[in-house]
Design a protein around this ligand. Structure first.
Ligand SMILES: C[S@@+](CC[C@H](N)C(=O)[O-])C[C@H]1O[C@@H](n2cnc3c(N)ncnc32)[C@H](O)[C@@H]1O
Length: 147
């Protein structure tokens, strides 16, 4: 059976080979994250092989709740791949997010955390094992397996 990979917080251009998923206000998505009701519409629980989150974690208003929701839909042994800004570059990124989302192209609905939040610690607490970690300039890439 073909594996189910979802680009979560995909925006308009999802990663090739992955299904798209975002919060409700974007059109033409394969799946929709209904944050308020804590579910991903049209998706079966424990059916996903991989969630891919690029530049999304620092936009999650309730990070813990969202990761718990992803966990519900991920198969045992499934993967969460995260690409996000490193702690060392966090303040710089907040400055750019403010400039972009509150200045150049105002999108008040796009939330971002003003402070760095330790998602690595959270995933460890949720019983995920880190399979891979690498630094790519101001970003870090981490791959997590659900035990
Ligand atoms: C900086 S964009 C990244 C888009 C894409 N992943 C990329 O790398 O080009 C952040 C994305 O996260 C989405 N997003 C914001 N809050 C979210 C949430 N609570 N749950 C899921 N996606 C969210 C936004 O709608 C937006 O598409």
């Amino acid at each position: 059976m073909e594996s189910l990979k979802i680009d979560f917080g995909s925006g308009y251009n999802h990663k090739e080979g992955y299904k798209s998923c975002d919060i409700t206000f974007l059109p033409n998505l394969d799946y929709v994250y209904d944050e308020e009701n804590d579910k991903i519409l049209y998706l079966k629980e424990e059916s996903v092989d991989e969630f891919y989150l690029r530049n999304v974690v620092h936009h999650l208003k309730n990070m813990q709740k969202t990761f718990k929701c992803l966990d519900k839909y991920l198969k045992k042994g499934g993967i969460i791949q995260i690409i996000d800004v490193r702690k060392e570059f966090y303040n710089e990124n907040v400055f750019l997010d403010k400039l972009w989302y509150r200045g150049i192209i105002p999108r008040e609905e796009i939330w971002f955390s003003e402070n760095y939040r330790d998602y690595i610690d959270l995933l460890k607490q949720m019983n995920y094992s880190m399979e891979e970690y690498k630094v790519e300039n101001e970003k870090e890439v981490s791959i997590w397996k659900k035990l």
